[in-house]
Ligand binder design. Structure first.
Ligand code: ATR
Length: 298
């Protein structure tokens, strides 16, 4: 995601003066060009809340100390991004069931005993797929490429949304097996080797949860996995999503979508947790799309 963030470096609108109000921040590494401060300030303006929202760079292993310092300055809520999401869950004094199942948290809220951890990535994905793009996920045959942090949230959320079957394929097959074991639904969840992709049939939905696009790498994928009216979704956005979405269009997908909508929806879910109101996401999504060079293609 670092490349997408760099694209925003020149946008003065993203560097607003601090506002009065309770203090929030996104923690990650790298984080300087995170879109979260801009998104939360837009949500705050829309819902007439005042808040401050910072971006705080933290190396792995340093989150507990950083949160203590943040709390001492009045910090009450944090978004957590790469590579700190599993660490955030370990630090938390309580956690939602979904965050525990996924094994990672992207939202922390200050409570008397410390921090409460939640994970809104899954809800963000489903909101984008099922509400914005009106996809009926029930009973669908789904292929998940990747078995890292992003794939974990997607797998649990899709299964909760009622998909019929989930095939997990990862470059390192042991990680796919570990994810399937963690899910523990052998009737619905299967793993396959990457080299067997041309033998597992066609899918209704293919999700790219790998980070290959961030390093401009193209995945080797056979067009036989594209089913009739297949939707291909890349959990990355902007330039990182280009290789997979280009492949999807060329291979005949009906829809090829990037993950920008998911990013905005997970932020809206964080905002709901902290402020008790779910902001409208369309305006901020349109604003982001106007700035980013590579658009989702439908
Ligand atoms: P994230 O939290 O973004 O998911 P991650 O946990 O580092 O990040 O996971 C990255 C995922 O992208 C992994 O599934 C990784 O595959 P491996 O488990 O084999 O490392 C996958 N990935 C990264 N580069 C890839 C590439 N060039 N081809 C295929 N998969 C790739």
């Amino acid at each position: 995601m670092s490349e997408s963030r760099l694209l925003f470096e020149e946008q003065p609108v993203l560097h607003e003066d601090p506002q009065p109000g309770p203090l929030y921040a996104v923690f990650g590494q790298p984080v300087a060009h995170s879109l979260s401060p801009m998104i939360h300030q837009r949500f705050a303006a829309q819902t007439r809340k005042s808040l401050r929202y910072e971006a705080i760079e933290v190396a792995p292993g340093g989150l507990a100390d950083a949160l203590s310092a943040f709390s001492a300055r009045g910090g009450v809520g944090a978004n957590i991004t790469l590579p700190l999401k599993a660490e955030a869950l370990r630090i938390a004094s309580e956690a939602s069931e979904f965050a525990k199942r996924v094994g990672a948290a992207n939202v922390l809220s200050r409570i008397a005993s410390g921090w409460r951890a939640e994970n809104t990535d899954g809800k963000g994905l489903i909101a984008d797929l099922a509400e914005r793009h009106r996809l009926d996920l029930r009973g669908r045959r789904v292929l998940l490429l990747g078995a890292g942090g992003a794939a974990h949230a997607a797998a649990f959320a899709l299964l909760d949304a009622g998909i019929g079957e989930l095939y997990i394929v990862n470059r390192t097959p042991e990680r796919a097996d570990r994810l399937a074991d963690r899910i523990g639904e052998p009737d619905r969840v299967h793993t396959r080797y990457w080299q067997d992709l041309d033998r597992i049939g066609a899918f209704d939905l293919i999700l790219n949860a790998t980070s290959a696009g961030h390093t401009h790498q193209t995945l080797a994928l056979p067009s036989s996995i594209i089913g009739t009216r297949c939707v291909c979704y890349d959990m990355s956005y902007s330039l990182a999503a280009v290789p997979f979405l280009a492949w999807a269009r060329a291979a005949g997908a009906q829809l090829a979508l990037d993950g920008l909508g998911m990013l905005v929806e997970q932020a809206a879910e964080s905002f709901l947790i902290w402020h008790g109101v779910r902001p409208d996401t369309e305006d901020v999504l349109a604003e982001l799309r106007a700035h980013l060079p590579a658009q989702a293609v439908e």
